[in-house]
Design a protein around this ligand. Structure first.
Ligand code: SF4
Length: 280
């Protein structure tokens, strides 16, 4: 993502009445490959546009120098995704020649220098292999993380051939109960590297787009008619949105407290279809 877009995001957020609850540098790709990341976190802290700032990384490029810069920048939470428990697993999962020992060393150095920043380290259950793998993960990372967690692997698309072999649980291990209304568009905006803005980091090859930061402000996209129409359709019938129809993200990623389904009748009059969309 270009520096211009990063600064635009931070500056645009001053238009919101309250600071964001969370500014996250996550999604597709590896955020710490961006050379402007630490300065963007610092800028966001200076402008006070978010209560908390979070970053997700695989830690392969988390040098001691970058760890220091991120801690000083005011980062609130570093989330590290572990891809395997030995070098061969990394070669297979990531097609990279980084050693597992290097990943552990990078995590350990960040932990020692983290000051007020929290360090969350997670691995997927399938990457542990078995109970011995889970035990080994905790032996290695419990002493060098504020939280070390084994999450459940969830396939977002039912078309994946291994879907039948995965237990029907959410990522956090709760029973999988389908969400009719996706809660994400009600509290999230996702900015793609191009400046396009959507409600989520959709896995679809054809992601939902609500606007473009190169042409309009983040606040205008948030309060605009395209998002209003999306919220209306989420409540009235999510299947009317082609990109959302088969999406399993709300069911697999949402927390039970975010479920809006039981409030559908109350919500419908609060989120009417915007006039321009109603007459199109
Ligand atoms: S249903 Fe999926 S594609 Fe639609 S807004 Fe929710 S997460 Fe995004």
């Amino acid at each position: 993502m270009p520096r211009r877009i990063l600064r635009r995001i931070v500056e645009d957020m001053r238009a919101f009445r309250e600071p964001l609850k969370m500014l996250q540098f996550i999604g597709w790709g590896e955020p710490i490959m961006n050379p402007h990341l630490a300065e963007t976190v610092t800028y966001a802290r200076e402008l006070g546009i978010a209560n908390d700032i979070e970053l997700a990384t695989n830690a392969a490029l988390l040098t001691p120098e970058l760890s220091e810069r991120l801690v000083v920048s005011g980062l609130g939470l570093l989330r590290v995704s572990i891809q395997g428990l030995d070098t061969a697993s990394y070669a297979e999962a990531c097609r990279t020649d980084v050693t597992f020992e290097k990943i552990v060393e990078n995590v350990r150095i960040f932990y020692e220098r983290r000051r007020d920043c929290r360090l969350y380290v997670k691995i997927m259950d399938v990457a542990c292999g078995d109970a011995d793998g889970v035990r080994r993960f905790h032996e290695i990372f419990d002493p060098i993380a504020d939280a070390a967690v084994v999450e459940h692997y969830v396939p977002f698309f039912e078309t994946r051939d291994h879907y039948e072999r995965i237990a029907p649980l959410t990522r956090t291990g709760d029973p999988e109960i389908p969400f009719a209304i996706c809660p994400f568009p009600f509290y999230t905006l996702y900015v793609w590297p191009s400046g396009k803005v959507g409600p989520c980091s959709s896995c679809s090859g054809n992601p939902l787009v609500l606007g473009d930061l190169n042409e309009e402000t983040l606040y205008n996209i948030w309060s605009g008619s395209r998002r209003a129409e999306l919220l209306h359709h989420q409540i009235s019938n999510r299947n009317e949105i082609p990109e959302c129809r088969d999406c399993r993200i709300p069911t697999l990623e949402s927390r039970p407290q975010d479920r809006l389904d039981a409030a559908r009748e109350k919500l419908l009059p609060l989120f009417p279809r915007p006039p321009a969309a109603a007459h199109s």
